[in-house]
Write a protein that binds this ligand. Structure first.
Ligand code: 6PG
Length: 470
């Protein structure tokens, strides 16, 4: 019987949580998983929600269980699995049926899949979904991309299952084709940067000030009640506070310092380079993850050069200074991220509504924070302006950039690596320097390649007198 409002394929952790969320919000849902046993155990564990869930053993049964025109969410691993699933599903669909890819797809893939609709393929939406397992179950942040009418058709369900910020759903249409997955990629780039900056500050507390994990947990807990309030600060406090059940020691001290990644941060950096958009804090964060993975090389490096001193003289750096440094770094990182989105909007001719993007990130997603609400207000009051020049953030940067400089300078002296915070500081310094050193670059380019230059005095002579070259 076709009574399900929506279908879902892929009952891994995220898919299962999303299906339960949809059922809980009152929408009958049909589900299918490649391994049938997974479907059955999911259904058996659904409790009261099972009454709104139709488990199916074949794709044909899945399609038959959904009311036409159908909407089917894919929650399968990004990449070839999505194409395979679309290929298997397409012959079973009718005109007007829609596939919604809710995985972490590369937005170029989403562009390609969306273009297939025009060639007779099913209708297609690519939605970025953030918030991990907990978010999927109780309210993720959703960034939608595709044709507006397709979004509008399923928006009531997506809004209902999304996180709410003061009652406002965190599910927003970003633009055509891959726009939703593009915004999700930038979200993840910022996620990498936020995480890295917190890790750098953690390094100053641990190695610079000699604080224990328990004491560091207290610092993060305190910061989480102030301007840095955010999910990532909150969980950093939780991570630092936890004890290892095996040894009773702080769990954090026993975790190997080799960070993993699935690649979404890297996509942001690659795309930023294509757009000539400087997202140096994100670039530094991605590089830091790559460097962290080279553990054996780092061990050889330490044996070869000796460890850096790292410890700071007592009182040289305060916890409050570090807090302000992190605030400045965060503002600069988001200024870069939003500027990149603005560049993409122009390059791809997508709406990419900046204030709405800040709003959709206020709840449900990994980078949710108190500051995003103020960013949404600043971006809507000053459209097209770099966030660091919006008055509310100019004021905050004026109050905190000194602390960022002090932190990075002390860290450099003692050999405490702070690549992301340093990148933020360099960006700040470049952005406040009207007369940069790029005149030298232009001189060099003209010398070896006759590329020409503009003059400060406006005179009509655009080549140098380089030893008779020109
Ligand atoms: C989210 C997360 C989520 C996940 C990514 C990044 O918004 O819910 O970004 O999508 O954490 O897979 O993970 P990596 O750190 O492995 O790249």
């Amino acid at each position: 019987m076709s009574n399900a409002e929506i279908g879902l394929i892929g009952l891994g952790t995220m898919g299962a949580m999303l299906a339960l969320n949809i059922a809980e919000k009152g929408f009958p849902i049909a589900v299918w998983n490649r391994t049938t046993a997974t479907t059955h155990s999911f259904f058996a564990g659904a409790g009261e929600l099972a009454q709104r869930i139709t488990p199916t053993d074949t794709l044909t049964d899945l399609v038959a269980a959904i009311k036409p025109p159908r909407a089917i969410i894919l929650m399968v691993p990004a990449g070839p699995a999505v194409d395979e699933q679309i290929a298997a599903l397409t012959p079973l669909l009718s005109p007007g049926d829609m596939i919604i890819d809710a995985g972490n797809a590369n937005f170029h893939d989403t562009d390609r899949r969306a273009a297939d609709t025009a060639k007779g393929g099913p209708r297609f939406l690519g939605i970025g979904v953030s918030g991990g397992e907990e978010g999927a179950r109780h309210g993720p942040s959703i960034m939608g991309g595709g044709q507006r009418e397709d979004w509008d058709r399923v928006a009531p369900i997506l809004r209902a299952i999304s996180a709410k910020y003061e009652g406002e759903p965190c599910a927003t249409y970003m633009g055509p084709a891959g726009a939703g997955h593009f915004v999700k990629a930038v979200h993840n780039g910022i996620e990498y940067a936020d995480m890295q900056m917190i890790a750098e500050v953690y390094g100053a507390l641990r190695d610079g000030m000699g604080m224990s994990a328990t004491a560091i947990a207290e610092v993060f807990r305190r910061w989480n009640t102030g301007p840095l309030q955010s999910y990532l600060i909150e969980i950093s406090g939780e991570v630092a506070a936890a004890a290892d059940p095996l040894t009773g020691k702080p769990m954090l001290d026993l975790i190997l310092d080799r960070a993993g990644q699935k690649g979404t941060g890297r996509w942001t950096v690659i795309e930023a380079q294509q757009l000539a958009a400087p997202v140096t804090v994100i670039e530094a964060a991605v590089a830091a993850r790559n460097l962290s993975a080279r553990l054996a090389e780092r061990q050889i490096g330490e044996a070869t050069f000796g460890p850096a001193p790292q410890h700071l003289a007592p009182g040289a750096l305060t916890v409050d200074t570090l807090q302000q440094a992190l605030m400045a770094g965060k503002i600069l990182c988001y200024a870069q991220g939003f500027a990149m989105i603005q560049d993409a909007a122009k390059a791809f001719d997508w709406p990419l509504p900046l204030p709405d993007i800040a709003r959709v990130w206020r709840e449900g997603c990994i980078i949710r924070s108190a500051m995003l609400n103020d960013m949404a207000s600043a971006l809507s009051a000053h459209p097209g302006q770099n966030l660091m020049l919006a008055p509310a953030f100019t004021e905050r940067l004026k109050a905190t950039h000194g602390a960022l400089r002090e932190t990075v300078a002390l860290a450099a002296r003692q050999g405490l690596p702070m690549p992301a915070l340093s990148a933020g500081l360099a960006y700040f310094d470049i952005m406040r320097t009207a007369r940069s050193t790029a005149n030298m670059i232009q001189g060099q380019r003209d010398f070896f390649g006759a590329h020409g230059f503009d003059r400060t005095d406006g005179a009509d002579h655009h080549h140098g007198p380089w030893g008779g070259h020109f």
